[in-house]
Write a new protein. Structure first.
Length: 218
């Protein structure tokens, strides 16, 4: 993981310590001069999870945590009820060529999340740092496509362009055409998901490099 250095405040100029007054005549000086006061600032800091991909789902128990456990060594809590995930978890997907892709399990988003319903903005801020998204839909419920519509609406209402980031739509639990239908429980079609995830990552790396940027490595 890469990091950047940021100086929040500068310290004041230091004073002269007793070694400054050391001389042949005074081998143990006790004199000193005080330093100058440094800067004082009040900062509001927000922690935003950094990952290449973000697992995004809505109110239903779509199985993001089970999926993350299936494709990485992360061990988020798994239970048969909505909102099992209360804090983001990051898992690392390892490929045979030793490339690593970081995937974050983002807590569920409900309608009105961009207006801070259900602590929505606290969760949405983590998605800002993701370079591409994995929408996880629960295909066991009626009209699952509405979940995707709601999620994209909330992302776009929170930050313009956020819903347009490169993505893959994952249909979890049952089969459906035109999405990656998989079962995190049995492992069905996980390989297809990992291939799509790698394609998104490779495209991200090429785009960053073409713009003279350094892609985030894990």
């Amino acid at each position: 993981m890469c990091c950047k250095e940021y100086i929040a405040a500068y310290g004041g100029a230091g004073g002269k310590g007793n070694r400054f007054f050391l001389s042949n005549e005074n081998r143990a000086p006790k004199l000193f001069t005080p330093g100058e006061p440094g800067q004082e600032r009040v900062l509001h800091l927000e922690l935003k999870t950094t990952a290449h991909a973000g697992l995004v789902s809505g109110l239903s128990n779509a199985g993001k945590s089970s999926l993350l456990r299936a494709i990485s060594r992360a061990k988020p809590a798994v239970a048969a009820y909505p909102f099992t995930t209360l804090n983001p978890h990051v898992g690392i997907v390892h490929y045979q060529d030793y490339e690593q892709v970081a995937v974050a399990d983002i807590p569920g988003l409900i309608r009105g999340a961009h207006q801070n319903r259900g602590l929505g903005t606290a969760f949405l801020k983590h998605i800002e740092r993701c370079r591409f998204l994995l929408y996880v839909l629960d295909l066991s419920v009626p009209q699952p496509w509405i979940q995707l519509q709601d999620l994209k609406h909330e992302l776009e209402a929170y930050e313009k362009g956020l819903s347009e980031r490169p993505c893959v739509v994952i249909g979890n639990k049952v089969d459906l055409a035109q999405v990656i239908a998989l079962s995190a429980l049995t492992g069905d079609n996980l390989e297809e998901l990992l291939l799509h995830l790698r394609e998104l990552y490779d495209t991200y790396v090429k785009t960053e490099q073409s713009q003279g940027q350094s892609p985030v490595k894990w």
